[in-house]
Design a protein around this ligand. Structure first.
Ligand SMILES: *[C@@H]1O[C@H](CO)[C@@H](O)[C@H](O)[C@H]1NC(C)=O
Length: 580
């Protein structure tokens, strides 16, 4: 008997300690200071004790559904609206919600509302299932995605784009329905919109709250008072990094990793996005983009020419959707050939509307969005200083991001080889070209010979405005100089970044006749055109190294989104970037 006594006391003491600990957690750490309230909170012991298998449980954590920077300034109707809302609430809603007899009905109403919201299809999105797609579109193929239990981060930067926001919300709802509402996190950034974006974001907030989808919706003021005094690549980088803020907070504070980041731009059908995620997974790709088509005098043209470069570093053509594949957007031979077969093809850089990024190969490795320094502020300087022909490119923040992906992939390759060399007995991974220092000299000579590409004969090559950011009346920028440098160590010896374009993922804007566009691009449905399963079609077997030069299309000065762009061909040496 006597031996049990101390043990019981010991357990009692443990209980008291545990209670004290829990109480402290409850009353202190779980009530955050007001200024840190919107942050993704650090994982506490309580989270483990409460033990939910859902990581993004909005019922449990209020920081998972946050609205920041809402414009709450009163306007001349606010009083009347406020009175009306309060009257309706206190006379018609509250008594039933709080009443014992009627509360179950109210619950049923909410459940019905959620069911209805889940069928929200928007105006354009409603047509998606009927659109022509090569190899058809099979819903069941994506059940695998839902079952894998991964988390997806949906990012949007909105700058006065109310005309398709409702449809984008419909796309998000459709994705949440298939992947599970608590497998996605939605981050929307309203950058100083002056249209009805703000009101539509109220709608987004209400819908996502009801559906239990975690989100952060945030509005920020413009970086400059006068939009024409802004430097667009700087704004781009700023917006993108703010959209990603919750991603970094999850990673830092709760060790929660997202499987893919989906940047929603323009309008893309939900199935096409899911397919692009599959393409991204099958290829272990750092980034997979759709293709962006804009309406132009009654037909559709490829539109994101500012940020897209084929695997030889050339600008895409401003092709019509009805062009033959050889005259399609990508200029390089392999890309054009795969484009013609509607298969994913490798590029040096892309953005093209909706795109999917693997954070493990980018954001979690410390890559964020940036812009070139040394641009001229026209508000304070009369003319731009002369820049050397080999000075760094002042192009879009996405172009910087792409180059960072290439350099990061190469660096990882080098690191892997070096760590393998220091642990004998393990064979070097043969699948990818990875730099081997002793081979560099030899391969440099080979690379040198390969690099002598024939001069571009295409009259349209690398000239033309960027439709995305400049009206076509702005005239043609200067043609790019022919690049005549040579690299001592060619880029082809380094592990390539896996950046792809999925031509079946079409991004458009409101007002576009999707039915015609789909027919232009893909023709009537022909399931047997390409043998092999969908999965094998997704996969690219041969990966090229980075081009030794690329078309740099830059904004050298302020002037907002539409500032003049000039272009030149610029060398790109991974070797020298790595030694930087
Ligand atoms: C350019 O200069 C003006 C005036 O000093 C300033 O308000 C604006 O923010 C500057 N623009 C950028 C992009 O730095």
């Amino acid at each position: 008997m006597a031996i049990y006594l101390p043990r019981r006391n010991f357990i009692r003491v443990l209980w008291i300690l545990a209670f004290a600990f829990l109480a402290r957690l409850l009353f202190f750490s779980s009530t955050p200071a007001p200024e840190e309230a919107p942050q993704i909170r650090r994982q506490g012991v309580l989270d483990y004790v409460a033990g939910s298998d859902k990581v993004l449980d909005v019922q449990k954590h209020d920081f998972l559904q946050v609205r920041m920077g809402r414009d709450e300034r009163p306007d001349f109707m606010s009083d009347i609206v406020q009175d009306g809302v309060e009257d309706y609430w206190s006379r018609y809603e509250q008594p039933y919600i709080t009443g014992k007899q009627t509360s179950h009905m109210d619950q049923q109403n909410v459940l019905n509302a959620i069911d209805q919201l889940l069928t929200l299809n928007g105006w354009v999105a409603a047509l998606c299932p009927t659109l022509s797609r090569p190899f058809g579109q099979n819903d069941n193929a994506y059940e695998e995605l839902a079952r894998s239990g991964h988390l997806y981060f949906i990012g949007m930067a909105i700058h006065s784009a109310d005309h398709f926001l409702t449809d984008q919300l419909a796309v998000i709802v459709q994705m949440a329905r298939r992947l599970g509402p608590q497998s996605v996190f939605v981050s929307m950034l309203d950058y100083d919109s002056s249209d009805s974006t703000e009101t539509l974001l109220d709608l987004c907030e209400a819908v996502l709250t009801l559906l239990g989808v975690p989100f952060r919706i945030r509005r920020i003021p413009g970086m400059t008072e006068d939009p024409t005094a802004a430097y667009y690549p700087l704004e781009e980088a700023h917006m993108r990094n703010l959209v990603l803020e919750p991603l970094y907070e999850f990673y830092r504070n709760r060790k929660i990793k997202f499987h893919r980041v989906i940047w929603l731009k323009g309008f893309t059908c939900p199935n096409d996005i899911l397919e692009t995620i599959m393409v991204s997974e099958s290829n272990d790709a750092a980034m997979v983009c759709g293709m962006d088509w804009a309406e132009h005098n009654g037909f559709f043209i490829f539109s994101d020419r500012w940020r897209t470069r084929d695997i030889q570093g050339d600008q895409f053509r401003q092709s019509k959707s009805s062009s033959r594949p050889e005259a399609g957007p990508p200029r390089d031979k392999v890309g054009a050939e795969r484009y013609g077969r509607h298969l994913p093809f490798q590029v040096f850089c892309c953005e093209s509307g909706t795109h999917v990024v693997d954070p493990m190969q980018s954001y979690y490795q410390g890559i964020s969005y940036r812009h070139g320094s040394g641009f001229t502020n026209l508000s304070t300087a009369d003319s731009a200083p002369r820049r050397d022909s080999d000075s760094p490119c002042l192009d879009s923040s996405q172009a910087h991001f792409c180059r960072d992906l290439w350099i990061n992939a190469a660096r990882e390759g080098v690191r892997e080889v070096e760590s393998l060399r220091s642990s004998p007995g393990i064979g070097v991974r043969a699948a990818q070209p990875v730099v081997q220092k002793k081979d560099l000299e030899k391969r440099a000579e080979e690379g040198h010979a390969q690099r002598q590409r024939p001069a571009v004969k295409d009259a349209d090559a690398n000239v033309g405005s960027d439709f995305d950011a400049m009206p076509d009346s702005d005239g043609e920028p200067e043609p790019a100089d022919t690049y005549s440098g040579s690299l001592s160590i060619p880029n082809s010896v380094f592990r390539p970044a896996r950046i792809l374009v999925n031509p079946r993922c079409v991004t458009t804007y409101a007002g576009v006749s999707h039915v015609q566009l789909a027919l232009d691009l893909f023709g009537p449905e022909d399931d047997d055109a390409e043998p092999g399963s969908l999965k094998t079609k997704y996969i690219l077997d041969d990966w090229e190294g980075a081009p030794d030069s690329f078309v740099c299309q830059e904004q050298k000065s302020t002037g907002g989104r539409k500032a003049t762009k000039t272009q030149r061909r610029l060398g790109f040496s991974i070797h020298s970037e790595l030694n930087h």
